[in-house]
Ligand binder design. Structure first.
Ligand SMILES: NC(=O)c1ccc[n+]([C@@H]2O[C@H](COP(=O)([O-])OP(=O)(O)OC[C@H]3O[C@@H](n4cnc5c(N)ncnc54)[C@H](OP(=O)(O)O)[C@@H]3O)[C@@H](O)[C@H]2O)c1
Length: 224
């Protein structure tokens, strides 16, 4: 079992990650060191998983570098300088993705393909989330809008009930309409994927990795 230093352990993601590590021993990860804000770490660990705040991400990155251990973060809104520092790392494997769901990554690639195929069609993007979500449009919708070359202001959205997250891309032509939709039905979508990435990352040499690297690994593995 690899000992995980879980940074942001009391947060929504942190709690889901700790629970899923226990539910899935086959991943070979255990939530050994639970770190919250301002906590010093003396216990040994084999890798760092961080879902906290930009400050927390930088603090836990420093710990990973000091101990020469792999570092995975999904914390959003990280400063550019820190992103650059992570990208420059060669001594430890470092992974960052503002959306760690492999399924959402594949959906984004489907939308990218459709965009290149249905040229001349009128493109629209709609997202639906629960009423507690503060930002709009969602980060995922912004990413999809970039893929579709659609200004963020053109993304429509609604906030209703406890919807986990739905994104709908439509291509409207004169004689037909194509609709691609991704509906998250379980909030564990991100935490589960993050753990699969972590189990892969610990086997990788030093360097910077993104969803593209992990997705390529998964696709190759499936062809075997
Ligand atoms: N990449 C993805 O796919 C993905 C998916 C979901 C979430 N996220 C991102 O992950 C982050 C956490 O999300 P969440 O929903 O779990 O948020 P959350 O429920 O607010 O949890 C954040 C946790 O981090 C703790 N924290 C704050 N400063 C810290 C520090 N310096 N060191 C260690 N821990 C610290 C907080 O403790 P206090 O309560 O004491 O402040 C809190 O327990 C956010 O940036 C979110 O956008 C990314």
């Amino acid at each position: 079992m690899k000992k995980v230093l879980l940074n942001g352990a009391n947060g929504k993601m942190g709690q889901a990650l700790a629970r899923l590590m226990k539910e899935h021993p086959e991943l070979g990860l255990s939530p050994a060191v639970l770190r919250t804000r301002g906590q010093e770490i003396r216990d040994p660990f084999d890798l760092v998983i961080d879902f906290s705040t930009p400050e927390g991400a930088q603090e836990s990155f420093a710990l990973a570098k000091l101990q020469k251990k792999p570092f995975l973060t999904g914390t959003t809104n990280l400063p550019d300088l820190f992103l650059f520092q992570m990208q420059e790392t060669t001594k430890i494997p470092v992974f960052y993705a503002p959306n760690v769901s492999l399924s959402v990554y594949f959906f984004t690639e489907l939308v990218r393909q459709a965009e290149s195929m249905y040229r001349g069609y009128e493109v629209s993007l709609h997202e639906i989330h629960h009423v507690h979500k503060k930002d709009a449009p969602s980060g995922t919708a912004k990413r999809l809008a970039e893929v579709l070359d659609l200004p963020h202001e053109k993304v429509t959205y609604e906030r209703t009930g406890e919807v986990v997250g739905t994104h709908i891309a439509s291509f409207k032509g004169l004689m037909d309409t194509i609709t691609l939709s991704h509906e998250a039905t379980n909030r564990d979508l991100f935490a589960q994927s993050a753990l699969e990435i972590a189990a892969w990352l610990v086997k990788m040499p030093g360097g910077f990795y993104t969803m593209k690297n992990f997705a390529n690994f998964k696709l190759k593995e499936r062809k075997k």
